[in-house]
Design a protein around this ligand. Structure first.
Ligand SMILES: NC(=O)c1ccc[n+]([C@@H]2O[C@H](COP(=O)([O-])OP(=O)(O)OC[C@H]3O[C@@H](n4cnc5c(N)ncnc54)[C@H](O)[C@@H]3O)[C@@H](O)[C@H]2O)c1
Length: 465
């Protein structure tokens, strides 16, 4: 992650930046494709890599991409040399690292969809590759950082209006129907094809916590399991598919016909069939993954997990991830030495209490823009502005995002082993020198030499390995 910006990368500001999109699925089309179509003066997508013929053709048509720049796989694209200023990578999780490494080597600026990697091995290979990047902006799509809501939370924390953070309660809750859609029937239901539930769903939250606290963690502990969506919990007589006359359809929260054949034809219904007519959707339920009884799927990811973390300077975090809540939201209650901050992201509610005042201040930071509370488009815009600015790349967001993933992998290690995991020992598995580089990139003030408490300490120090 070198700070140099070679002249050949500097772009005249009056021209739109050019991009290659890898993966023209849901996220490729929205937000990346949609941003380019809405802002042609800023961004032009000039090439696409997509194995699905129909999606590739449709995306190419929408963005006027010539046949020469339509590719079925990344190998075919990369062998043509560097074709654009930047790469958006919205391919499935399991391809993120392998399809991004050549782009790093070729000098592209990159905005990679989360999660960065499926496991520590991939993450290590990725971080190692970034070490030879020259003047490149390397970002990960942890877009909640750019949402007006969490930017306000960060600003309140950084300005110390609640003093120093002491303890943080944080909950991420995909609603029960979102859980069923994505993590039981859908794309993220099998860990080996993606990553653990904690990573695929909550790397955003681990990233927010890392960003808010801006320091490394010392120890981590986790418990969790897949409790509900198991064959043995199927109601008596429940068939393999909801379309096969289920006796409990009327009372089952997960009845696919109720979830997918109603008036909504947007997300998540649009995922089950590109043709959203009722007949096409019914056929998709009869033949595809989304019509399966949630108790008769091949899912293996957890449906609830708790993670306790001790960060440097004794700050504690209790994080819960649950797939059984009523709404898709994130809630939190953070206590500091001089106040309290709590909120509900989806509702845009933020409560800020400064002691010794006895009355809390309520703020409404609701955002009408879709896409993670406005975070999606704000993230793309911030990335493009960074590339256009010719400023020294600030890839600290990526380094903290990588660190957040390591928290997730360490939590999984704890859950499986039943032991509290020491982050220094865990992180050094990537190699002591690389681990030190990551700590310094994520937390520039850190002294990676271990302090008296046995952990790296906040504050300047010599960069020992
Ligand atoms: N940032 C966020 O908040 C957020 C939200 C949802 C999804 N995501 C992530 O975005 C990525 C894409 O998710 P999605 O919902 O668009 O999935 P999707 O399945 O709709 O789209 C993925 C696309 O990639 C294509 N593809 C498959 N293999 C490929 C390969 N080797 N090279 C290039 N393309 C390939 C698929 O054909 C598909 O069109 C995933 O990694 C997902 O976890 C991020």
């Amino acid at each position: 992650m070198s700070p140099l910006v070679p002249d050949k990368m500097k772009k005249p500001r009056n021209k739109p930046l050019t991009a290659i999109l890898i993966g023209a699925g849901q996220r490729g089309v929205q937000p990346f494709g949609a941003y380019a179509r809405a802002n042609p003066d800023q961004l032009k997508i000039v090439g696409v890599v997509e194995p699905n013929d129909q999606r590739r053709t449709r995306f190419s048509h929408d963005h006027n991409i010539p046949a020469s720049h339509q590719f079925e796989n990344v190998q075919a694209m990369y062998k043509n040399g560097k074709l654009a200023d930047l790469v958006f990578n919205a391919s499935p999780d399991r391809f993120h690292v392998s399809t991004t490494l050549p782009a790093i080597a070729m000098g592209y600026h990159i905005l990679l969809e989360k999660p960065i990697a499926q496991n520590m091995e991939q993450l290590t290979a990725f971080f190692r590759a970034t070490q030879s990047a020259v003047g490149q902006h390397l970002w990960v799509m942890h877009e909640l950082r750019q949402s007006p809501y969490f930017k306000r939370v960060k600003q309140l924390i950084s300005s110390k209006t609640i003093g120093d953070l002491v303890t943080l309660l944080h909950t991420e809750s995909p609603a029960y129907w979102h859980m069923a859609h994505s993590y039981v029937r859908g794309n993220w239901s099998i860990e080996a094809e993606n990553a653990p539930f904690l990573i695929t769903k909550a790397c955003h939250d681990l990233d927010l916590l890392t960003w808010f606290l801006d320091r490394p963690a010392n120890q981590i502990q986790s418990f969790g399991s897949l409790t509900e969506f198991r064959t043995e919990n199927a109601p008596p007589g429940a068939p393999e598919r909801c379309t096969d006359g289920c006796p409990v359809a009327a009372t089952c929260p997960y009845d696919a016909q109720r979830l997918y054949l109603g008036a909504n034809t947007g997300w998540p219904v649009s995922v089950i069939s590109s043709d959203v007519s009722v007949a096409a959707r019914l056929k998709a339920l009869q033949t595809g993954p989304y019509g399966r009884c949630v108790y008769h799927c091949d899912n293996d990811v957890l449906d609830h997990q708790i993670v306790n973390i001790e960060f440097e300077e004794g700050v504690t975090v209790a994080f819960t991830l649950t797939g059984h809540g009523p709404e898709n939201t994130r809630k939190f209650a953070y206590d500091g030495t001089r106040g309290h901050l709590s909120g509900d992201f989806e509702r845009g509610e933020l409560t800020h209490w400064e002691y010794p005042h006895s009355v809390p201040q309520m703020m409404d930071i609701s955002c009408t823009e879709s896409g993670h509370g406005g975070g999606d488009s704000a993230m793309i815009e911030a990335f493009l502005n960074a590339v256009k600015s010719d400023a020294t790349p600030d890839n600290r967001g990526l380094a903290q995002g990588l660190y957040a993933h390591i928290l997730g992998f360490a939590a999984e290690e704890s859950r499986k082993s039943g032991c509290v995991v020491n982050l220094t020992h865990f992180g050094r598995e990537m190699g002591a020198a690389l681990w030190t580089k990551l700590l310094q990139a994520a937390f520039p003030g850190i002294n990676p030499n271990l302090g008296q408490n046995g952990y790296p300490t906040v504050g300047s120090g010599s960069p020992g390995v």
